[in-house]
Design a protein around this ligand. Sequence first.
Ligand code: MF3
Ligand code: CO
Ligand code: CO
Length: 292
Amino acid sequence: MSKPVPKTPEEIKEMRIACRLAAEVLDYIAPFVQVGVTTGELDRLCREYMEKMQHTVSATLNYAPPGYSPYPASICTSLNHQVCHGIPGEKPLKKGDILNIDVTIISQAGFYGDTSRMFIIGDASILAKRLCQVTYECMWLGIATVRPGGYLGDIGHAIQRHAEGNGFSVVREFCGHGIGRRFHEEPQVLHYGSLSTGIELRPGMIFTIEPMINAGKAAISELPDGWTIVTRDRSLSAQWEHTVLVTEDGVEVLSLSAACPLPPKLLTGTLATSTANAIAALPPAPIYELQR
Ligand code: MF3
Ligand code: CO
Ligand code: CO
């Protein structure tokens, strides 16, 4: 297992673009995520937006790591008890569903941007809404630990503590990952762990934080389609994902966009303020329009 190589300033510039492009796909699709739409339709819309508007390509379409069949869609759509890697299909969404949409794009310069959000369809149960909210808080509490001289284990510790403190559980089999010119790089970012363990964080490292949190037990299974991961006990599962950069004095969230949700209320301090300011300062026009 090799150590992560910090990105150069030029690579960081390109990763800012790639991650914002990924976030803008979520901004674009959000208004379509409604009762009655199928995840297959959301997939087709996202693909068209990526290819025709952004001139990006989906990193997931035909993605085939060793031992996997090629992933058949341009986004992942994980519904209710699906944990991750759900394959879009032709069943309409119904009121009360919770849906994760995970977008990874490859920019024209060849860099990967990866981010995901939860969507609540119509209204959902109190449990479902609380799971989505607590998982969002988990991601941000993890992000807030990131600083040069900090440790990878600090991230997992913060996430696990908040998830389990709320009676939920952390999926162990999938983790965040370094990202850059490749989809999955070093390091592996576990969503559970202990303070001051794992590798030390250095400026220029870029990785995702993407906790998968279950309402029931942590155990998962894989469906016969070879991709979709579900909770073994069929309890609800939620996930949020941002790509982040370790800066000289803290952390920068790269996958922000004009319409992305603000940090949760429970996050106080400079990161909450600087992120809210950064989102407010983003021009509403998509990044590809600004670059023409
Ligand atoms: N976007 C996912 C991640 O956060 C990976 C999806 S791989 C796929 O790492 F093939 F399932 F799309
Ligand atoms: Co990821
Ligand atoms: Co992702």
